[in-house]
Design a protein around this ligand. Structure first.
Ligand code: ADP
Length: 739
């Protein structure tokens, strides 16, 4: 490990769990499952008066009298058997006497080996730590405030283990650390508030902090002791992750030396199984604290961890509840009979309440609603089009918008953080939230851009941690606060609610459609019944009028009136017939058969010539492709169109009416053309409406029902009907049916 080829990331790959050596304030023996000695530390001879023969490969029992003067034979075996079933926590530390000196034996398991680590049981402390711990804990927890809790903990740890400086170090999401609480000797400069680059504690070291909750480096100036193994070079195989004595990485040793630290002790703080931070203790002279003291300090760390967890959870929960209530309220409003955009933006609770934001924008149904502080209209238009082109995820968020969309630098003060929730990408509908820029000035302990310095030694590049710890401040720009998990969850829930509400409204429209259909059917039935019922009294009126007309004494004036009654009855009868026809279409089902249009049209024209008298009519019949449809209804269609063509061109001399059928790729199209009075272009859109008659037909009889019947029948056949007409020149009605 002494010569590492450099790349600045290499402390991330340093295998610190298998350093092949231990710190020399204790010694180590590793035995296998058969209790044979497979490894031991070279410094064993400074602690044990061993026989001349090499103990490597020998059963541990052979040296039991030396490592446990007063212990019964096989005591190591007994400890291991007990520890394997009950956990080594129960046996650690085992008090033993080695050549008149009190030692702690700490046993742990590493792969197939058992590590037996021996440390002096005498601390450099002369306090009864265990007694102090109880009192410390109650003092620590006395204050509910999070910062006070941290400050108290630092103070208590300092008073228990008497290190010169005790810091509570908290890791940010990017891995860098910040000193959030500190207790120190008066003569030391404060490090509170300083930030340390993430590279100061590489990832694999963080993992080990999770396995071993305390870590002591007793003296950075002592030489580590090599681990010897049965086979040469095999010492590296011994995984020291669970070890107490594991040697320190030379890089870390150098780092501490650069800071002037002689001894360091740390306690891990865990939040939901992850490393939240460390209680880091520095001493400017060597310092050894024994296993029991370390365990007591660990207990404080664990209590702080759970207090942190509890407080953080409590805080998170109350924020979460607040967001949840806002989402529920919005969801309720959306399901009420107000528009979705109003529900989200104009009630007492709005989009602004589902996260900690300073502005929000709803882009929905072709309108954009802005809430709070947002980019201006022009900037928004450009941002929304960029979102449309770039973002395909259903939700997307950033705390540094200008880094991905440089144009946003212009409004970074109000919108460095952006959260986009896509309602519909196709329709370009989004909800967008903004967080303002958070100008952060970070006090770095040393330049984080240069976490390590490179030395050249013997022509080999060597990495060494930075020597300069001079405070260096950096201002972070264009960045907002992070989007928290609670916010992401809240927005996701809102997204679900919006989708649900939109679907609900869509089905409400479907329900309305159904109701409308029903109403139409009822109307059909109504008009059918009423028309039917009107027919009888009308016949009676007509018959009695005609009867009266036969009376010889009737005056000429009365006869005239009766004549008009009869004529009106006829008109009314005609109208009733047509309304009946119209409403019957909705009721009858289709029976489609092939129709010989030529025969049908010929017959109709023959009849119509009789009805409309003897005026000059030139009728032409072109191609007549077969139509598939209901023969009675189709005859009604042609009859209405032909009769209109003839009727409304009767004043032209000669009247020219033609029928032409064509077959296109997908349709059969029929056109009925006349050279009659034509239709005013402004009235064309309503020509197929029921009872609608144009202004130019007042002198020509009609009911305004015929074309409505045509349209209804054609649509019932899934066809189309439209008209092309010019006032005074004539009209062409088109019918198109799928082939
Ligand atoms: P009507 O019984 O009045 O003919 P329709 O429903 O058949 O009722 O037609 C509606 C109106 O459309 C007519 O009143 C007329 O104004 C206009 N129209 C229909 N066909 C023609 C046509 N071939 N030429 C001119 N106007 C027409």
């Amino acid at each position: 490990m002494s010569n590492i080829l450099v790349d600045l990331n290499n402390c991330n790959i340093e295998p610190i769990h298998i350093p092949g050596q231990i710190q020399s304030h204790g010694f180590l023996i590793a035995i296998d499952q058969e209790l044979r000695i497979r490894f031991y530390s070279e410094n064993i001879h400074t602690y044990l008066n061993l026989p001349a023969i090499d103990i490597m490969g020998k059963p541990i029992s052979e040296i039991e009298p030396i490592i446990g003067k007063n212990e019964p034979p096989n005591f190591i075996n007994q400890l291991i058997v007990f520890g394997k079933t009950n956990g080594f926590d129960q046996t650690n530390p085992f008090q033993t006497d080695i050549q008149g000196q009190a030692f702690h034996l700490i046993i742990s398991q590493s792969a197939d080996f058992f590590l037996l680590e021996f440390e002096p049981s005498l601390s450099d402390l002369n306090l009864d730590i265990q007694k102090m711990v109880g009192r410390s804990i109650s003092e620590m927890l006395a204050d509910k405030n999070l910062q006070n809790l941290l400050n108290n903990t630092a103070l208590q740890i300092k008073s228990i283990i008497s290190y010169d400086r005790v810091m509570i170090y908290k890791f940010a999401e990017d891995g860098h650390g910040e000193v959030v609480a500190e207790a120190k000797n008066d003569d030391l400069e404060p490090w509170l508030g300083l930030h340390y680059p993430a590279s100061d504690i590489p990832q694999q070291a963080r993992e080990l902090y999770k396995v071993n909750l305390t870590r002591l480096i007793a003296n950075v100036h002592t030489e580590p002791s090599r681990i010897l193994a049965e086979e040469a070079d095999a010492e590296r195989r011994l995984d020291l992750s669970p070890s107490q004595l594991r040697a320190v990485s030379p890089i870390h040793i150098q780092y501490l030396k650069n800071m002037g630290v002689h001894s360091s002790f740390s306690i891990s703080l865990i939040y939901h199984k992850e490393l939240w931070g460390l209680i880091a203790c520095h001493n400017y002279t060597p310092r050894f604290i024994n296993y029991k003291s370390r365990e007591s300090a660990k207990l404080i760390g664990q209590i702080l961890s759970s207090a942190l967890e509890f407080r953080q959870d409590e805080e998170n929960q109350s924020i979460y509840d607040k967001y949840k209530a806002a989402v529920s309220q919005l969801s309720k409003s959306m399901l009420q009979s107000i528009r979705i955009e109003d529900a989200l933006t104009s009630q007492s609770i709005t989009l602004m309440d589902v996260a900690d934001v300073s502005g929000a924008v709803l882009v929905y149904e072709n309108s954009t609603v802005r809430l709070g502080v947002t980019p201006d209209d022009e900037q928004l238009i450009s941002l929304i089009s960029w979102i449309g082109e770039t973002i395909s995820e259903p939700i997307y968020y950033t705390q540094n918008l200008s880094s991905i969309h440089p144009e946003a630098a212009a409004y970074k003060a109000i919108a460095s953080g952006m959260f986009v929730c896509t309602i519909s990408k196709e329709l370009g509908e989004y909800v967008i939230w903004f967080k303002p820029e958070q100008m952060q000035t970070i006090q770095w302990a040393g330049n984080p851009e240069k976490p390590a310095e490179v030395d050249v030694e013997d022509g080999i590049l060597k990495i060494s941690p930075r020597k300069s710890f001079e405070t260096w401040s950096e201002t972070v720009i264009g960045t907002s606060k992070l989007w928290t998990n609670a916010e992401v969850k809240s927005i996701l829930r809102l997204k679900g609610e919006i989708t649900y509400a939109i679907n609900q409204k869509a089905s409400q429209i479907r329900v309305l459609n159904e109701k409308l259909k029903q109403a139409y059917e009822e109307l059909d039935t109504f008009s059918f019944t009423i028309s039917h019922d009107l027919k009888n009294p009308l016949t009676t009126i007509k018959s009695y009028s005609q009867l009266l007309m036969r009376d010889k004494n009737m005056s000429a004036q009365s006869l005239g009136i009766l004549g008009r009654i009869v004529a009106s009855s006829d008109r009314m009868d005609q109208m009733i017939r047509e309304v009946l026809e119209y409403s019957r279409i909705g009721k009858t089902s289709l029976t489609k058969v092939p129709i010989d249009v030529r025969e049908m049209v010929d017959e109709l024209v023959r009849d119509l010539r009789l009805v409309y008298g003897t005026f000059d009519l030139e009728f032409t019949l072109g191609d007549t492709p077969v139509l598939h449809g209901d023969p009675v209804m189709m005859s009604q269609v042609f009859s209405n169109l032909l009769s209109n063509a003839i009727k409304y061109s009767s004043q032209s001399n000669p009247a020219r009416v033609s029928v032409q059928g064509t077959i296109t790729e997908s349709e059969i199209v029929y056109s009925i053309t006349d050279n009659g009075i034509g239709i005013d272009i402004r009235q064309l859109p309503s020509v197929f409406d029921l009872f609608k008659r144009m202004d130019n037909v007042q002198d020509i009889e009609g009911t305004g029902v015929g074309l409505a019947i045509v349209k209804r029948i054609v649509e019932k056949h899934q066809g189309k009907v439209w008209v092309d007409s010019e006032l005074g020149k004539g009209s062409t009605f088109y019918l198109a049916f799928q082939r």
